[in-house]
Design a protein around this ligand. Structure first.
Ligand code: GLC
Length: 425
């Protein structure tokens, strides 16, 4: 079974391979997405290291002059997706979106480098990529944390990678939905509308895009001008972990300045993360920077914090928290607490399980000595795929496959989990 699943996963990766980048899945997402690429590279690395490096090189080749790495790169025109390049209007040689996504590339580069068979190739790519990734990390702290708190804010829910999480609901109320003009969504022609965000949410997503576009995508202005500024523990954890991994690898490669600066950013971030801990929820929670209050929402963002080197006691508490969630579902880890009223087991980031998030949580818990829970999360991940295939996400109670099928990063995670851990299948 294990070999069959790995074979199938490799097939998914090659079907979605467009030569120098992969699409998340045919139809629904016809371009290159930022964190999809970084995580998918981990899967490629098990059978084609040069191809894994190319994936990340292609992503970083579209970095903006200010350091930002966009969330979508529109390599080829395709009117099956909305909002396309004409809505973003970023004026790039190859069109891109104007917002970013979780910066997991630093983590991926270190991991692929450290276990590479072709050491020389790995070192060459790491030397090429680390300075660019480091600039991206610096961009975050400069443009998304102008007050120097140690935590960066998201200015658009899509930046989080957890597009329609309950975490954004309250802050999103401050984003107008009037005056955006009419548009036609394309996602609901490829996937079941009940699995996707609502129309009201889409209007607000587009309002923010139009607002940022009216400011010429100038990142020195966007943070303060945005009615939506939310600090997400999961997103910050990914950034901190990547800074730490860049620091370690850069140190070993003799890139001393990058190493020192990255270590300082990671340490400041870890200290600041403590302010996001909620005793009531037993996990981390988001902070609404524009309103100045914590967000009372029991989402997976506060558990994904385990991906960063948080204190051991916090990791142990997160394991307890996941134990509690396990009592209310059959497959870990639901993207929202199944006992909360907003939970929706089929709707995108409001309940379903996502393998990439499982992978990062398990990795962090393992490092913190919580191997038992890490194993359980990985075992559930594999069971979901065995039962329901390589879907974009799955219902945590029924295992129903949701969203797009034949999904690249889901497949990459299956290869990664089987190749690096003992999981029964
Ligand atoms: C959805 C997800 C996002 C992902 C993208 C492509 O927008 O919410 O995290 O990057 O699809 O797979």
């Amino acid at each position: 079974m294990k070999d069959e699943l790995i074979q199938h996963a490799r097939q998914v990766l090659s079907d979605n391979d467009r030569g120098t980048y992969t699409v998340p899945t045919h139809g629904l997402y016809p371009f290159q997405w930022n964190w999809d690429s970084a995580l998918s590279a981990l899967g490629f690395a098990h059978f084609d290291e040069p191809r894994a490096w190319t994936e990340i090189e292609t992503l970083m080749a579209h970095q903006w002059d200010d350091g930002m790495v966009p969330h979508i790169i529109f390599h080829q025109l395709d009117d099956g997706y909305f909002p396309g390049p004409e809505v973003w209007g970023t004026n790039r040689p190859v069109p891109t979106s104007g917002i970013t996504q979780p910066p997991v590339a630093g983590f991926a580069v270190r991991r692929i480098h450290d276990r590479a068979f072709d050491k020389a190739l790995a070192e060459r790519h790491a030397r090429e990529l680390l300075p660019k990734i480091h600039e991206w990390h610096q961009w975050f702290y400069r443009c998304r944390d102008p007050q120097g708190t140690g935590l960066v804010a998201l200015l658009h829910p899509w930046e989080s990678g957890r597009d329609n999480s309950v975490d954004w609901d309250e802050a999103f109320e401050r984003v107008p939905s009037e005056g955006v003009g009419s548009f036609t969504r394309r996602d609901t022609t490829h996937a079941n509308p009940a699995h996707r965000p609502t129309n009201e949410q889409y209007k607000r997503y587009i309002w923010l895009v139009q607002k940022f576009r009216s400011l010429g995508w100038d990142n020195t202005l966007l943070h303060d001008a945005s009615p939506f500024q939310v600090v997400d523990p999961g997103f910050n954890a990914i950034l901190i972990r990547s800074c730490k991994d860049v620091a370690d690898l850069a140190g070993r490669l003799g890139l001393t300045e990058i190493a020192t600066q990255s270590r300082a950013m990671a340490e400041k971030g870890i200290t600041a993360m403590e302010s996001l801990w909620s005793d009531t929820l037993g996990q981390y929670q988001c902070y609404d920077r524009a309103a100045g209050n914590p967000v009372d929402s029991a989402s997976i963002g506060g558990i994904l914090a385990a991906f960063a080197p948080i204190p051991k006691a916090r990791a142990a508490a997160l394991t307890d928290r996941i134990e509690t969630l396990a009592k209310a579902c059959n497959y870990l880890v639901p993207s929202h607490d199944p006992t909360a009223p907003e939970f929706d087991g089929l709707r995108y980031w409001r309940g379903p399980v996502w393998l990439i998030v499982n992978y990062m949580i398990a990795d962090g818990l393992e490092r913190a000595g919580q191997s038992h829970m890490a194993d359980r999360i990985r075992a559930d991940s594999v069971q979901l795929i065995e039962r329901s295939g390589f879907a974009e996400y799955h219902d945590p109670i029924t295992a129903e496959p949701c969203g797009g099928a034949h999904f690249t990063w889901t497949a990459a995670m299956v290869i990664e989990i089987f190749s690096t851990c003992e999981v029964a299948a």
